[in-house]
Design a protein around this ligand. Structure first.
Ligand code: IMP
Ligand code: MG
Length: 174
């Protein structure tokens, strides 16, 4: 049996995302931004964030997967690449969660090579205690301690993504 416990409610999520959208709008004033959402998990966060932003945006998706057993190298494989050039564009990556940081570190290196005018990162959740690489995250909606969370895009075994809140998942019994 599994025990699902709400950690961040739907109301808290929406309120904080509204706040973050306002901050991002302020920072990008007078600019246009290409938002690159990382499939699949970031979709929920991205659409809610973008609906609350006033900055003109273009929405792109990228999908990556870690090479098996490469937690030490952090190498990623691009499963779905961008459809358009980002050269000279202001790019904002949106991601559901940053854990070790390997995914975003590799991805920012990959995207930097495409010469965007600027490159920033917005994450819904930061698990700072787990970080293995040095990476600057520009926007963080929530900082949480080292716990496995599900919902609002985050999965366990590809399930639970559609919960409207963030929850912890604990095994009650084996
Ligand atoms: P990183 O490369 O270690 O930062 O890993 C980030 C990825 O690990 C995220 O995109 C998630 O897919 C996954 N992940 C890390 N922590 C969690 C969690 O608590 N719940 C669900 N997925 C997680
Ligand atoms: Mg993910």
């Amino acid at each position: 049996m599994k025990n699902i416990k709400v950690m961040i409610s739907e109301e808290e999520l929406q309120a904080r995302i509204t706040e973050l959208a306002g901050q991002i709008d302020k920072d990008y004033e007078g600019k246009e931004v290409v938002v690159i959402s990382i499939l699949n998990g970031a979709v929920f966060f991205t659409t809610d964030l973008l609906k609350k932003m006033k900055t003109p945006v273009e929405l792109e998706f990228i999908q990556v997967s870690s090479y098996k057993g490469t937690e030490s190298t952090g190498e990623i494989k691009i499963k779905k690449d961008l459809d358009r050039s980002i050269q000279g564009k202001h790019v904002l990556i949106t991601e559901d969660i940053i854990d070790t940081g390997y995914t975003l570190k590799s991805l920012t290196e990959y995207l930097s090579d495409k010469n965007p005018a600027s490159l920033k990162i917005a994450v819904l959740i930061d698990k700072k205690a787990r970080r293995k690489v040095n990476i600057n995250v520009d926007y963080v909606a929530f900082n949480i301690e080292d716990k496995f969370v599900i919902g609002y895009g985050l999965d366990y075994d590809d399930k639970y993504r559609n919960l409207p809140y963030i929850a912890t998942l604990n095994r009650l019994s084996e």
